[in-house]
Design a protein around this ligand. Structure first.
Ligand SMILES: Cc1cc2nc3c(=O)[nH]c(=O)nc-3n(C[C@H](O)[C@H](O)[C@H](O)COP(=O)(O)O)c2cc1C
Length: 163
C-alpha cells in the first residue's frame, strides 16, 4: 500500500476517532486454565447477517493478548448505563479476572454478564492483522437480549447516557 503523505499524529487521531460515539462492551472468555476474564472494549462492530458475524479489535500490546486473541469461544456483552463501574473495572491494566458476581456461564462456556443489554456468544471465526490491533471476528452462536434498559455510551473520552 502507498505511504500516506500526511503525517497523522497519534494523539490527534485518537481524539478524532473519539468523536464517533459508541456503546461499551465487555469481551469475556476463559483462560486455558478455565478462569473467566473480561476486557472493556468499544471497538465492537457488526459485520455480516448471514453468516452472523461480529468483530472487535484487540491491542497487540495487551498484557493479556494471548488470552483474548484466539479463544475458541468468547462473548461480547453490551453494557447498560448502570454497568459504568464494570467498564472501569475491566479496563484496568493486567487485571481482567471476572468477579464471581459479574458473570454466569453461557451455553458456549464463555462467561456472560448478567443484565447486559445484549450478549453475543461467539465462536472464533477469523482473525486479521490490523496494524497495532488484531481484528477478531466471531460467529454468533447464541444471543441473550434484555427488553429494557439504556446503553452506556462512550464519546470523546467520557461516559454518557441517553438524554
Ligand atoms: C471505553 C474503553 C474502550 C476500550 N476499547 C478497547 C478495545 O476495543 N480494544 C482493546 O484492546 N482495548 C480497549 N480498551 C482498553 C482495555 O479495556 C484495557 O484498558 C487494556 O486492555 C488494559 O491493558 P492490558 O490489556 O495490558 O491489561 C478500552 C478501554 C476503555 C475504557
Amino acid at each position: 500500500m502507498a505511504e500516506d503523505k500526511v503525517e497523522i499524529d497519534t494523539r490527534e487521531l485518537r481524539n478524532a476517532l473519539g468523536r464517533f460515539a459508541t456503546g461499551v462492551c465487555i469481551i469475556s472468555t476463559v483462560t486455558e486454565s478455565g478462569e473467566p476474564v473480561g476486557m472493556t472494549a468499544n471497538s465492537f462492530s457488526s459485520v455480516s447477517l448471514d453468516p452472523p458475524l461480529v468483530l472487535w479489535s484487540l491491542q497487540n500490546n495487551s498484557e493479556v493478548f494471548d488470552v483474548f486473541a484466539r479463544p475458541r469461544y468468547f462473548a461480547i456483552n453490551v453494557l447498560a448505563r448502570e454497568h459504568h463501574e464494570h467498564s472501569g473495572r475491566y479496563a484496568r491494566k493486567g487485571d481482567h479476572v471476572l468477579h464471581p458476581e459479574h458473570f454466569v456461564p453461557g451455553k458456549s462456556g464463555a462467561p456472560v454478564v448478567p443484565e447486559a443489554l445484549v450478549t453475543f456468544e461467539c465462536e472464533l471465526y477469523a482473525t486479521h492483522e490490523g496494524g497495532d490491533h488484531l481484528i477478531i471476528v466471531g460467529k454468533v452462536i447464541n444471543m441473550h437480549t434484555r427488553d429494557d434498559g439504556d446503553p452506556l455510551l462512550f464519546y470523546s473520552g467520557n461516559y454518557h447516557s441517553l438524554a
